[in-house]
Design a protein around this ligand. Structure first.
Ligand code: GLU
Length: 301
């Protein structure tokens, strides 16, 4: 593990190159940059491009261009997740050896059908904090023979975390309930020491057959590998921290502090055209908007 021997805070901005950066990204990137400056810390840029099908080289170039235009400076070399699948695979192997993950062959349709078959209407079925219906457990206790059969057939599958078991094991390793330190605010306004509630996600997918990782696993491994001490990101990822914390405990990784910031709301672009919020930074730049205007628009001036 790379430790920052200088004792300086290590922050990161971690965009996914699957589209052009917009005002929300600008706010998040400037927030991390300003915070790193204020703390006398380091700012890393990490490219989260595990979704090879959706990520494009031109978006990556766009990220570099937009960030430089905003006046943001970051350290090099930049870590690209697509170049580090073996790191995530190793973490997955560890979770497998702990007996905490299982393969799930169910398609989205099969999951929906299983929910419908339960007699509970889809709208009444519990959903996770991201709004996805909780996994009904259809592949959970699959007999080994059937499991081998499906694997031999070459069917694609996802690795799911057995959440109940994982929580039990993590609490045992941690010697008590798991928390994290929130320097910012949850969407409900909680701050300080936060108790995690990963059960809200049910048996979450943490890797796939074809891509041996997920956002959750890759982000957890990388924050530790890169020695990140303070994670700044939007409040939309607040609940995801529950999953990251449990993975950190299970994988024996250190816990950074977290600062979840508010999201850019619709009224931000009031002084511009109505669609300013949805316009890419590239387009805003072409309209003659300056980095100082962007700071004003996201209220960071
Ligand atoms: N790659 C994620 C995104 O673009 C951010 C991940 C994070 O900050 O943890 O939304």
């Amino acid at each position: 593990m790379q430790d920052d021997m200088s004792g300086r805070e290590v922050l990161r901005f971690a965009p996914s190159p699957n589209g052009w950066l917009h005002l929300g990204h600008a706010y998040s990137a400037l927030f991390a940059f300003d915070m790193a400056r204020r703390l006398g810390g380091r700012l890393l840029l990490r490219i989260e491009d595990i979704d090879i099908g959706r990520c494009r080289e031109e978006y990556l170039e766009g990220i570099y261009e937009d960030l430089a235009w905003l006046g943001i400076e970051w350290e090099t070399p930049v870590r690209r997740q697509s170049e580090h699948f073996t790191d995530y695979e190793a973490a997955l192997r560890k979770l497998r050896s702990m007996g905490l993950v299982y393969p799930c062959f169910a398609t989205r349709k099969e999951i929906n059908d299983a929910i419908l078959a339960s007699g509970i209407p889809l709208q009444a079925w519990p959903s996770d904090p991201d709004g996805a219906p909780l996994y009904p457990g259809i592949c959970k206790n699959m007999p080994k023979a059937r499991l081998n059969e499906l694997m031999w057939e070459g069917r694609s599958y996802a690795w799911r975390l057995d959440m109940e078991k994982a929580v039990r094991e993590a609490v045992r390793i941690n010697g008590g309930p798991i928390t994290f330190h929130e320097d910012g605010e949850s969407p409900r306004g909680d701050t300080g020491l936060i108790s995690i509630e990963p059960e809200l996600f049910g048996d979450v997918v943490i890797a796939r057959k074809d891509v041996p990782t997920s956002y959750h696993l890759a982000v957890t491994v990388d924050d530790a590998l890169q020695g990140v001490t303070l994670v700044t990101r939007g409040q939309d990822l607040f609940s995801a921290t529950y999953i990251h914390r449990i993975l950190q405990v299970l994988l024996g990784l250190p816990a950074p502090r977290y600062h979840h910031h508010g999201l850019i709301r619709d009224d931000t672009g009031r002084r511009l055209s109505k669609s300013a919020k949805d316009m890419g930074l590239k387009e805003l730049r072409a309209e003659g908007i300056t980095p100082a205007d962007i700071r004003r628009m996201v209220r960071l001036d």
